[in-house]
Design a protein around this ligand. Sequence first.
Ligand code: FME
Ligand code: ZN
Ligand code: ZN
Length: 428
Amino acid sequence: KPSVQESTESEIISRFQQYLQINTSQPDPDYKQSTSFLLAIANSLSLESQVLEFVPGKPLVLLKWPGTDPSLPSILLNSHTDVVPSEPHKWGHPPFQAHLDPSTGHIFARGSQDMKCVGMQYLEAIWKLRSSGFKPTRDVYLSFVPDEEIGGHDGAEKFAESEVFDKMNVGVVLDEGLASPDGFYRVFYGERSAWWMSIKAVGKPGHGAKLYDNSAMENLFKSIESIRRFRSAQFDLVKSGSRAEGDVISVNMVFLKAGTPSPTGFVMNLQPSEAVAGFDIRVPPTADPLALERRIAEEWAPSSRNMTFEFKQKGPLHDKFGKPMVTPLDDSNPWWGLLQKAIKNANGVLGKPEIFPASTDARYFRNRGLPAIGFSPMANTPILLHDHNEYLNKDEYLKGIDLYVSIIKTYSSFAPRTARDDASRAEL
Ligand SMILES: CSCC[C@H](NC=O)C(=O)O
Ligand SMILES: [Zn+2]
Ligand SMILES: [Zn+2]
């Protein structure tokens, strides 16, 4: 086997830039190029690799660094290869140039935070460990999955349910987190579920000059008012500091569709007979789904007001065993203590564990009852995912690699001597 040479800092940064320069933005990601790029690195690191296509044209790159004791459950380091679209003309530097600002060290690119950084940091950490001669005890897998940004149905969801996945005997999964503007690294043990709902009002059409009850617009606006009251009450809990962002139900109106089109815009003197509004609702795993469903049916879209509602997406709050989809962060989960230890050893400081406010692929692994922890090592960094001018500072990026060196070392060497050790740990 060829030995792996240590990389220079500029080689490391240039590999990150190369990955960022591949335009994998939805809705038409260049997965061909990202796949060959990742396979080339896997090859330089002599990792085992396979490309899984659960859906043609949507490749999942699965890499393996075999451990010395394959009987132990493995470690899975997951990242997605796709990124969200950008509006290039609103950026200071083109989003796929990966411009490195020489005075600040910021690297500007779509995906620099979400989450090509993490995917490459896993690989760079393995590069460092391999060149230092380290040998993992457990198998270490890396999955580079497609389509997270559009729901992960053709990527992580199918992967987590596959026979290949079963055979991997995964014990713990690491997936993405969020940047933090302060010095504490954020860490996530669960996430809110996305409920994407549209509500529709119907009513008698009529002259634009007439005041009458039960028009579609009036019916819809009564609902919108009620939803907005709920929204502010939830938001107030966050503003006052009594709840974290991931612990309330968020509701945001994302579209409004109504009116009678005309060649010059909309007919102005006609009250339409239909009006629809769409909402992105995020529900914490501890919320009572029945109470929310009742609120929707009775207050937000009551049939008494000729309203109907429809879900485009309604994520579950519980896993397939009926348990809330959260990863316990206590002594029943040795991976939590190990993560704390590994980060401390690398001089990092973790913040208080949180519920991720949006969705990630981690939910598909938690749904199988597996512990999954969300972590993207970006402290002292503004939260710019999905925003214009997304960037990551090069020194933060390099620091993150060292954190993963420590994590991968700690995780892959964790080998309780007997199953009883595991059990007694769990009893503590
Ligand atoms: C529910 S699938 C959508 C996934 C998406 N993930 C990241 O932004 C999100 O909107 O949270
Ligand atoms: Zn992401
Ligand atoms: Zn995203």
